[in-house]
Write a protein that binds this ligand. Structure first.
Ligand code: PLP
Length: 484
């Protein structure tokens, strides 16, 4: 061997020896897994005693140096101990059934098992050529959800990391299909409401559509968009030569869970050629229930719709779905050409996620969604959603009997309420109520402003929230308003 080659081989052996630490041999792997499993089991088994919210722990401490990484590794037991103290005991605990704020997340264990399988095998689910099975699994979830929505054949979709990104792709698709040019922006009109989730104005900005004219359409007493006001606004915009372009409706608003009248809104969109996007990130999977089917009727008339399995199917964070009624529109917005991808064009039995979204390399998200549905079947998901609908009605009834003012009958599973004391400022009083409940921590609630009034929210969506959690909150509220 010549000297140069000898040196290269020496270097190779040395780096190989050091790098092999990453490929754990079976006994070590099993031991580490046993430790991780022990930690997660302890976590789940102690959920009843754990708080939904731990106010302490925001300030960085000396101990937070533990977040730093160095050249040398550390033992798993110390790492898990650190995570337990500095991550899993600070702030909000979305795994807790006491999480009744914002739109609660889930975290069914079967989904974590799906993630584990997906990460170990690391199937590349971006392209049919690279992993026909993984892409088929993802496409089957898109097909199942699209049929649930009621889309006819020919729709397409994409599994995203969540509702915000799914909304962003939908808006980019609408822009591409309607062929908006920069010079046209200030003549194009977008219709939405005060109840629209902030990810949509953000998506408009990110896609360059922030320069369009944005119309906030009036709401009815249930915070739903008024279709008569919408039609009037569209017609008056047409009269002054503006171009109605996009209508964004809610199928479960974050604030109050309001579902816009989707059928009548679709009619306006169809009459005037608007792209009709429905944000069903929170409400979409209530379509599994009879009540949801009734309230969400008309959703099938949308051009695009977003649903979040990490909300309505109780998955851990990281799962949204975008559906577009005509798959060609999604293709048009996301298609690409690259020389280094030429081999992938040969097997085109099914569309690939990479052709239908901005992502190329991506997490194999289908597994975390498909595995729980396959393992448990759909029935328990439906039952959990039905329970949430009943819990919202139960809570509204009970909190009203404690003397609280309540908002409209919930369309889905969010109740807004507030206490008006005999004397003093009601907003300040309710702010104090919310603060007291958050400080106690057994239950976490969030608040909002409606027509300028400070409101408390009961948002129930976790699969771990049952009547017991609602009763704990009611008991706390009873005690807090006892002397008012
Ligand atoms: C109605 C609605 N749309 C969109 C989103 C954004 O979804 P994500 O948080 O998954 O990005 C949310 C989140 O709560 C929501 O409630």
């Amino acid at each position: 061997m010549d000297k140069e080659l000898e040196s290269i081989v020496q270097q190779l052996m040395e780096s190989d020896r050091k790098g092999r630490a990453l490929d754990l041999p079976a006994p070590e792997r099993m031991e580490l897994l046993r430790e991780v499993e022990g930690y997660t089991n302890d976590f789940l088994d102690s959920l009843e005693e754990r708080k939904a919210y731990e106010a302490a722990g925001y300030d960085p401490t000396e101990e937070d140096r533990g977040f730093d990484v160095g050249e040398a590794g550390s033992g798993m037991d110390g790492i898990l101990d650190f995570i337990g103290r500095r991550v899993d005991h600070t702030g909000l605990n979305p795994a807790s059934g006491g999480h009744l704020g914002y739109i609660p997340g889930g975290g069914i264990p079967a989904s974590a098992m799906g993630d584990y399988l997906a990460a170990i095998t690391n199937r590349y689910a971006g392209n049919f050529y690279a992993s026909p099975g993984a892409v088929r699994m993802e496409n089957s979830m898109i097909q199942w959800t699209g049929k649930l929505v009621g889309y006819p054949d020919g729709f397409g979709g994409n599994l995203t990391s969540g509702g915000s990104i799914a909304n962003l792709i939908a808006i980019a698709t609408a822009r591409s299909v309607k062929r908006l040019k920069g010079k046209d922006l200030e003549k194009n009109v977008v219709y939405l409401s005060e109840q629209t989730h902030h990810s949509l104005p953000k998506a408009l900005r990110l896609t360059g559509l922030g320069e369009c004219i944005i119309r906030h359409i009036a709401l009815d007493s249930g915070y739903r968009m008024d279709p008569v006001a919408l039609r009037r606004q569209v017609e008056s915009d047409l009269q002054v030569n503006l171009r109605p372009f996009l209508l964004i409706a809610n199928a479960g608003s974050t604030d109050v869970g309001a579902v816009d009248p989707l059928g009548p809104l679709a009619e306006v969109a169809e009459d005037h050629g608007l792209w009709f996007h429905v944000d069903a990130a929170y409400g979409g999977y209530f379509l599994l229930t009879n009540h949801g089917k009734e309230v969400l009727a008309g959703i099938e008339r949308s051009d695009s719709v977003v649903l979040d399995p990490h909300k309505g199917l109780f998955l851990p964070y990281g799962s949204g779905i975008l559906l577009v009624k005509d798959i060609r529109h999604l293709l048009q917005a996301n298609s690409y050409e690259a020389n280094y991808m030429q081999d992938t064009k040969e097997q085109t039995l099914e569309y690939s996620p990479a052709e239908l979204s901005p992502e190329l390399s991506k997490h194999f998200r289908g597994m975390r969604l498909w595995l729980p549905l396959k393992l448990h079947g759909i029935a328990p998901f439906r039952a959990c959603l039905e329970e949430k609908l009943w819990l919202a009605r139960y809570f509204r009834h009970q909190v009203k009997s404690l003397g609280f003012e309540v908002g409209p009958e919930p369309d889905l599973s969010v109740v807004v309420y507030r206490f008006v004391p005999a004397t003093g400022d009601a907003d300040a009083f309710n702010k104090k109520l919310a603060h007291a409940i958050q400080q106690d921590g057994r239950i976490f609630i969030s608040t909002t402003l409606l027509n300028g009034m400070f409101m408390l929210r009961f948002a129930v969506l976790s699969f771990r929230t049952h009547r017991k959690e609602a009763d704990v909150l009611l008991e706390q509220l009873r005690a807090l308003v006892r002397n008012q």
